[in-house]
Design a protein around this ligand. Structure first.
Ligand code: ADP
Length: 385
């Protein structure tokens, strides 16, 4: 969708902002450009919508060399979101959002209807926020209007330059989540500039880590965190990359342990005797379809009357398969639990314990250099309440 071929940019004063850049962004992919200030990220971005032109190499958008494209028509295919939003202060939010439809000759009512739709899409109420002026909005709301405006002409490509940089961390977190949700349904091809590795990891399908004027590594978040291509990248992603890796590593069925289980309809005393004979102090309780119902302690149900269902307790800590190791870890901390159940819809797949969590993380990092020997990580895996 976007392809850079040996692209360089030397400004008239002799500054080389980017040098021999080659990379490709597939359709529907969100690529984050991350690196310290002054390394050429914004220049890269501005060459895509021809706010500035390369001094060497070629850039293709939708298969066409943009050097031959009319910049105005090109920009209609490319939404642009910048940190300071660039909203017109003397126009209402609704009219700001309708800027591009107006420019492309839409009639006012149609353009406004489209703008109202977009405001709703980014979580604003057109009736409340539409008539306001930009300075009557919070920073987060202004940023949402910036996104709505960029989407107005339904461009296949979005360029976002530090879009969430000007808001506080709580609002940034919310905007990032909202944007990911939006992107999951819109599938735009997105280039997003940030200086924040956390943001790059969280949002990007792939990350371009910039050194001075060049890309040092172009890879998935797990690739960049797990196997930094150079000491420079390793330093940039930080020494806590194992922690960051938690949030980008999905739980896989192979990571799971399979604890003993009891059936809901089994007599409790029988189940307890069977499980205790196996040395189990607790068991997962499953229904007839293999769905997760809860868990039961084998000591307290020994000699108890009734079925397992009468003694089962709620399983507080659980995550869906496909969730991240970080999700599992937070559940563990939240409920002070020794294990977290992993489910696929209603179906119980297995549990993650601190030991298996650590092993999964080590698999993802692809090295055991920071590994803790298994015996040291071993903990009592009985859930606590
Ligand atoms: P980043 O977005 O990574 O902070 P930029 O692309 O803005 O980096 O800048 C890359 C380099 O190019 C910097 O050294 C910057 O000072 C320089 N630069 C950017 N714009 C211009 C310009 N219009 N004229 C001269 N130098 C520029």
């Amino acid at each position: 969708m976007i392809r850079f071929e040996s692209v360089s940019k030397r400004y008239p004063d002799g500054t080389t902002a980017v040098d021999g850049l080659s990379f490709e962004v597939a359709e529907g992919e969100l690529v984050t450009l991350v690196g310290p200030s002054g390394c050429g990220k914004t220049t890269t971005m501005k060459m895509v919508n021809r706010l500035t032109d390369p001094t060497g190499g070629r850039i293709f958008v939708e298969g066409r060399d943009i050097a031959e494209a009319d910049p105005v028509r090109l920009r209609r295919r490319i939404g642009y979101v910048i940190q300071q939003t660039g909203l017109f202060p003397h126009r209402t939010v609704l009219d700001n959002t309708a800027t591009v439809p107006y420019l492309t000759g839409w009639k006012k009512p149609k353009a406004r209807a489209r703008a109202a739709e977009l405001l709703e899409l980014v979580g604003l109420d057109p009736a409340v926020h539409g008539p306001r002026y930009p300075d009557q909005l919070s920073g987060g709301e202004r940023q949402r209007v910036g996104v709505a405006r960029a989407l107005a002409a339904d461009p296949p490509v979005l360029l976002m330059d530090e879009p969430f940089g000007a808001v506080d961390p709580v609002v940034r977190d919310r905007l990032q989540k909202e944007f990911l949700r939006l992107q999951a349904s819109l599938h735009k091809t997105v280039l997003l500039v940030t200086h924040d590795i956390e943001e790059a990891v969280r949002l990007g399908d792939r990350i371009a880590v910039y050194g001075q004027g060049r890309i040092e590594q172009y890879d998935t978040p797990a690739g960049v965190l797990g196997a930094p291509a150079s000491p420079y990248v390793a330093e940039f992603v930080g020494t806590d990359r194992a922690l960051k890796q938690l949030s980008v590593t999905g739980i896989e069925p192979g990571d799971l342990e399979h604890p003993p289980f009891a059936r809901l309809g089994e007599p409790a005393a029988e189940a307890a005797a069977r499980l205790r004979a196996e040395g189990a102090r607790w068991a997962v309780v499953l229904d007839d379809e293999g769905g997760l119902h809860g868990w039961v302690g084998t000591e307290e149900s020994a000699g108890a009357s009734g079925n397992v269902s009468a003694h089962a307790r709620r399983m507080e800590a659980w995550v869906p398969v496909g969730g991240s190791l970080k999700d599992a870890f937070s559940e563990m901390l939240k409920y002070d639990a020794g294990w977290v159940a992993v489910v696929d819809g209603p179906r119980f797949l297995g549990v993650l314990t601190p030991v298996t969590l650590h092993e999964a993380l080590r698999r993802a990092i692809g090295s055991d250099e920071q590994g803790v020997p298994r015996e040291e990580a071993e903990v009592d895996s009985v859930p606590t309440e």
